[in-house]
Each structure stands twice: as structure tokens, then as C-alpha cells.
Ligand binder design. Structure first.
Ligand SMILES: Cc1cc2nc3c(=O)[nH]c(=O)nc-3n(C[C@H](O)[C@H](O)[C@H](O)COP(=O)(O)OP(=O)(O)OC[C@H]3O[C@@H](n4cnc5c(N)ncnc54)[C@H](O)[C@@H]3O)c2cc1C
Length: 383
């Protein structure tokens, strides 16, 4: 998205991707209304929605066997008031196709960055796995995810906030159509989320941090039994042949203390790894890209030095990151940690009971999840 926006402003952009394609299953498929607002501002929303996707408008959670409706996005005043569930490769293919319409954009696959070209204090380019060197005219934008090179090479300091859980993602066969809701379920010692993907269930099963090997050793049928106990009314007997079908998300919650240094800026997961709670990782990364382009694309297109402007991007995006991480941390410690520690769950907290009782209240979590905090609007120029 950053590459697209900079190229749209007339900046020459080279995007380097280490993989040969974008095909990675279970890398989060939740495209929120905030992201679709950005696509709408760019005139790309219709084409995006032409791609295969499912729509989620509400969320239900089951606590100790009783169902509570807790979220509603349908009332949001936004062009797409739902979560579009679209595989991440599809979304990235879409962004690439749109970006390629701008003459300054180029994408090189199988181009792994392994280091940086430094000129004194300044980052002046990157080194690639094939030992070649690529000079950056003005800026190296690091959008290389939670294992970013800026972390591995200790280029920028990180604060780790910790997480009590990891997540196993997998598919189960789906017998009947069960609507467009996202269903969570919590009971003593276990917690899971089922997402209706029309032809299959996408399942997130939460486990204590570091317990993946132990849980996998209990076997597939144990896992199926846990899920079936949470959702006894749904037939979950099909699919999931072996442990190889379980995808581990090692949950991290952290952020860089400083997102930039001369010649370099980190955004997205590289700047802040988010917990999966709320499914906002993609959307926050997109908001960072929009903010970075708003601050930098115009000056870069005019050939100006971006270095004095880099702190503005962090200043703009750090507060929303901190606010969301604080909410995720509270949910991790007060709800998920408690459940996974085996504390008996006897009923739902007051807030869930209120959301279930008063439908208008459900719009509040819908708004927070769907539109986020400090929404970015595309202000970067179109050349
Ligand atoms: C299992 C899992 C499930 C998730 N579920 C959700 C979800 O439901 N909803 C949600 O919103 N978020 C989810 N997330 C988080 C979401 O995927 C990230 O927040 C989001 O993708 C961040 O985008 P990004 O562009 O910053 O980084 P990434 O998407 O991680 O992209 C980084 C890219 O850089 C490439 N790269 C990395 N290093 C190099 C290098 N040295 N040289 C060249 N290229 C490199 C990578 O191959 C990758 O394509 C999930 C993450 C995981 C791992």
C-alpha cells in the first residue's frame, strides 16, 4: 500500500519481496471498513469488492454455554460497513495490480534484503541476498513485518509487552450455512473463534504461550473434541487430517521506541507487532502506509530530503498503536490469560451482558474494531 501511494504521487518506488509469491495461508484475512475507506478514497473499492471475499457484520461470543451478541458494524457510516474476509494473497495481488498502473512503481520478487548500505549515520540503501547493493534515492521504508531486519540487526530499539497465548489456526469442513457472524466461545480452560468462510470454518484455537508442541502431541481428535465441546450444535467432524494442517501464530505484542533513523522509516508490523485480538494488524499497517505517504510523498516527489519529516509519521501513528495495544493487553491479561490458566468460568462479565441486552451499545465495539482510532484519510497527492 505504501508503494502504491508513493508511486501514485509520482515517486519512483522499488518494492522488494523475499518470497516468490504472496501465497501464505492464515496470515489474517480481515480487511476492515477503515481499509476499505482508504480504497474508496483511491477509487479502488469497487474493484477490490469484485475479488472473492466473505462479509462479516457482527460478532457473537459464547461464555459458559450462553450466547451473547457483542458487535455490530452494519450501522457504520462508511462505504463498506462490514469486515471483508479476503485471503491475504488475494489482497496483496490486488494492491500489486493497482500499483502497477503507476509508472514509478516496480516490484521485485525473490529479492531478500539482508543488510543496509550505511553512509555515516545515514541508511543509504540495502544489500540483497544475491550480494548486490541497491541505493535508495532518499528513503528506505521497512515494511518487512514482525521479524523486521531493523529488529534483527538492532538498528532500532524494541519494547516488548508480552502475551500469555499463542494461536493455532486451521480449517474444518462445514456442513451447513451458519450466517455471517464471527463466533467466539469461552469455557473453563479453552477458548476458540469460528469464522464462517462459506465453504469451510476458519478456526482459531487459543493455547498458552509456548504450548504448541504439547497441544499438538495430544492429537487432532483431542483438539476436535475441545472445539466440539465449545460448539456442540455444529458438526465439526470433518477436515483437519494431520498436525501439519495446524498453523501456529506465535503471538507478540511489541513496538519500536523509535521508528526511524536518517534515511530509514519502519511501518506496519515492523514498527509494532499486534496481538490478533480484534484482527486489526493488517488495517493498522495500512493506516501507517497512508500516514507515511501523507507526510512524505509530496516532499519526496519534489525531491526534498525526507529525514526531518520522519518523526512526524511516528508522532501521528504512535498514539493509535499505543491505545490499541493497551486494549489488547488488557484483554490478554484479564480475559485470555485467566481462561487459559484454568480459572473456572461461570458467567459473562457485565460488559458482555450489557452489549447483548442493548443492541445500540453493540455499535461501539463495531466502531472501534471497524474504523479504529485516528482514522487516516488519503491526503498524499496524485501525480
Ligand atoms: C498466523 C497469523 C494470523 C494473523 N491474523 C490476522 C488477522 O486475522 N487480522 C489481521 O488484521 N492481522 C492478522 N495477522 C497480522 C497481519 O498479518 C499483520 O499485522 C500484517 O500482515 C502486517 O503487515 P506488514 O505489511 O506490516 O507485514 P507483513 O504482512 O508481515 O509483510 C512483510 C513482508 O515483507 C517480506 N519480507 C520480510 N523480510 C524481508 C526481507 N528481509 N527482504 C524482503 N522481503 C521481506 C515478507 O515476506 C512479507 O511479504 C496475523 C498474522 C499471522 C502471522
Amino acid at each position: 500500500m505504501a508503494g502504491l501511494l508513493f508511486a501514485r504521487a509520482g515517486v519512483s518506488v522499488r518494492v522488494l519481496e523475499k518470497h516468490a509469491d504472496f501465497f501464505r495461508d492464515f496470515r489474517g484475512d480481515t480487511v476492515h471498513p477503515s481499509t476499505m475507506e482508504v480504497l474508496d478514497q483511491l477509487g479502488m473499492l469497487e474493484r477490490f469488492l469484485d475479488r472473492p471475499h466473505d462479509r462479516v457484520q457482527g460478532a457473537e461470543i459464547r461464555v459458559a454455554g450462553r450466547d451473547y451478541t457483542i458487535g455490530d458494524l452494519s450501522h457504520l457510516d462508511t462505504p463498506a460497513p462490514f469486515i471483508a474476509m479476503m485471503p491475504q494473497w488475494e489482497f496483496l495481488d490486488f494492491l500489486r495490480d493497482e500499483a502497477e498502473a503507476f509508472p514509478g512503481f516496480s516490484l521485485t520478487m525473490e529479492a531478500e534484503v539482508t543488510g543496509f548500505v550505511e553512509e555515516g549515520e545515514r541508511i543509504a540503501g540495502v544489500r540483497l541476498a544475491d550480494r548486490s547493493e541497491l541505493r535508495a534515492g532518499k528513503l528506505v521504508l521497512m515494511a518487512d513485518g514482525r521479524s523486521s531486519l531493523v529488529r534483527r540487526l538492532s538498528l532500532l530499539p524494541v519494547t516488548r509487552l508480552g502475551a500469555p497465548m499463542d494461536v493455532l489456526w486451521f480449517r474444518l469442513e462445514k456442513a451447513e450455512n451458519a450466517g455471517d457472524k464471527l463466533r467466539g466461545a469461552i469455557d473453563t480452560g479453552r477458548m476458540a473463534v469460528l469464522i464462517d468462510r462459506r465453504t469451510y470454518w476458519q478456526v482459531a484455537f487459543l493455547i498458552p504461550k509456548g504450548a504448541a508442541a504439547e497441544v499438538k502431541a495430544r492429537g487432532i481428535e483431542w483438539l476436535r473434541g475441545q472445539l466440539q465441546a465449545l460448539f456442540p450444535e455444529i458438526d465439526l467432524s470433518g477436515g483437519l487430517a494431520s498436525e501439519a494442517d495446524l498453523h501456529l501464530l506465535s503471538v507478540e505484542l511489541d513496538r519500536l521506541d523509535q521508528w526511524h533513523r536518517p534515511g530509514l522509516l519502519a511501518i506496519g508490523d515492523a514498527a509494532h507487532a499486534m496481538s490478533p485480538i480484534g484482527g486489526i494488524g493488517i488495517n493498522l499497517a495500512i493506516q501507517d502506509a497512508v500516514a507515511a505517504a501523507n507526510v512524505l510523498a509530496g516532499p519526496l516527489a519534489r525531491g526534498e530530503d525526507p529525514d526531518p519529516l520522519l518523526p512526524q509519521v511516528q508522532k501521528r501513528r504512535e498514539l493509535p498503536t499505543r491505545v490499541i495495544q493497551a486494549g489488547q493487553r488488557a484483554a490478554q491479561n484479564n480475559v485470555i490469560g485467566t481462561v487459559l490458566s484454568g480459572t473456572p468460568i461461570t458467567g459473562a462479565p457485565l460488559v458482555l451482558r450489557l452489549l447483548d441486552r442493548f443492541p445500540r451499545l453493540r455499535r461501539i465495539p463495531g466502531r472501534i474494531i471497524g474504523l479504529g482510532f485516528r482514522r487516516e484519510r488519503v491526503r498524499s497527492p496524485a501525480a
